[in-house]
Write a protein that binds this ligand. Structure first.
Ligand SMILES: CC(C)(COP(=O)(O)OP(=O)(O)OC[C@H]1O[C@@H](n2cnc3c(N)ncnc32)[C@H](O)[C@@H]1OP(=O)(O)O)[C@@H](O)C(=O)NCCC(=O)NCCS
Length: 185
């Protein structure tokens, strides 16, 4: 059975079909996997050296979403700056988009970040409707713009409400209730 079939029939499998792993910058295999999905999903934005530098920063918190054979399905991360989390990366493998994995990954990043951060912020292209809809599902609001941040295109600046409240946690748990996913770190 292919991975795609597994995703479409989760109720036929009792064990987890994918898991989240904290990305260790010293884990060469994991770093290569992260680079591969980055280049596949948003080619030409990062250099491999830039990614490696970023992974080494103490503020960086990156996670890989992988299937049972450790193929990478998603890659996401944020910088923790004092009490604010800045979402830097949120990518789902193009073959598996639209199946709820972006929701799983973002919910996990927020659950991780809320241990130390009060809010999360990010920049997104004004034209990225899929990402905007996802972020708005999590309560992000557009609170500003950075003109020509992406060359000709503006960036929208989004912020969550307080993520360290029990109300926000309840909302996150309702969005992250996917029994196919576990965490290993
Ligand atoms: C943005 C991205 C991470 C979403 O991942 P995904 O796995 O497809 O997202 P999900 O299946 O969990 O969908 C979550 C929500 O996003 C929205 N969404 C997803 N795909 C969409 C599309 N093609 N059009 C409009 N909205 C869409 C919907 O609101 C959806 O919620 P719903 O299923 O309850 O309607 C993915 O499209 C991606 O990797 N894009 C390329 C990289 C990128 O642009 N990242 C964001 C940079 S800021």
């Amino acid at each position: 059975m292919s991975d795609k079939e597994n995703f479409e029939k989760p109720s036929t499998r009792s064990q987890s079909l994918y898991h989240l792993q904290s990305l260790d910058p010293e884990d060469e295999v994991a770093v290569e996997r992260a680079w591969a999905i980055l280049e596949l999903a948003i080619p030409g934005i990062w250099t491999q050296a830039g990614l490696r530098r970023d992974l080494q920063q103490s503020a960086s918190h990156y996670w890989l979403l992988q299937d049972q054979e450790n193929a990478v399905l998603g890659f996401g991360g944020y910088w923790l700056i004092v009490d604010e989390a800045h979402l830097v990366m949120l990518i789902v493998h193009p073959q598996f988009q639209g199946q709820g994995l972006g929701t799983v990954l973002l919910a996990h990043l927020l659950i991780d970040a809320r241990q130390l951060a009060h809010r999360m912020t990010l920049e997104v292209r004004a034209s990225n409707q899929a990402a905007l809809a996802l972020y708005q599902k999590f309560g992000f609001e557009i609170l500003g713009t950075r003109p020509r941040y992406y060359g000709e295109e503006d960036a929208l600046i989004l912020w969550t409400p307080r993520i360290d409240t029990s109300k926000y946690l309840t909302m996150l748990q309702s969005l992250n209730g996917d029994p196919r996913c576990t965490q290993s770190d």
